[in-house]
Design a protein around this ligand. Sequence first.
Ligand SMILES: C[S@@+](CC[C@H](N)C(=O)[O-])C[C@H]1O[C@@H](n2cnc3c(N)ncnc32)[C@H](O)[C@@H]1O
Length: 203
Amino acid sequence: MITDPRVLAVLDELYERERHIDWADYAWHPDPHRHTETGFSLSPEQGDQLYLLARHGRASNVVEFATSLGFATIYLAAAVRDAGGGTVRTAELVPEKAERARANVERAGLGEYVEFLVGDARQTLTGVPDGVDLALIDGWAPDVSLEVLRVLEPRLRSGALVYNENLDESFIDHVRGEGNGYRSLTLLSGSEYKPKGELALRL
Ligand SMILES: C[S@@+](CC[C@H](N)C(=O)[O-])C[C@H]1O[C@@H](n2cnc3c(N)ncnc32)[C@H](O)[C@@H]1O
């Protein structure tokens, strides 16, 4: 899917590090500031799917909630670059994570395609320009995901895609709700790590 060796080298390194996390022993804590070194990223298969969707749609106005260490940001920025250019605006609450992601994106050679918004996405994403082509909603708590979708909703163009990685119930109820202006389906990724996500089309 992605063939640029510089991009692939950074993704390989990030996934290799994440693969060594022993999730059975992982000390979960609900405060995002307690997980500055953990990506909780999309699977590589989901990354490829997003790359393909963004590239096919020639997405140039892309939004991500949230950045974490930049795994999905890299897939999205590569697609934007390879489709002709544009910007991925990516929101992250934890400044240390945003800085790590910035370094990863720079190393992948994609810095000019990414704008980092540091702070609570429910505030920082209010400044996103109209005409969003594709949004990734890959957050923390289900309620925040729906709140972020509501912030983005007036900025989504007709035909925009919104992908929710965590299958958040409130997100799915909203995009499947009659009269809310979406068509939606669950997309299988074939990954054991993260097998599915919800893909919604804005009408
Ligand atoms: C599942 S991870 C994102 C993974 C990323 N999309 C990737 O593929 O690598 C969720 C991230 O949401 C961030 N987060 C949680 N609440 C937030 C908020 N209100 N605003 C912005 N970021 C938030 C966390 O710090 C964490 O880094």
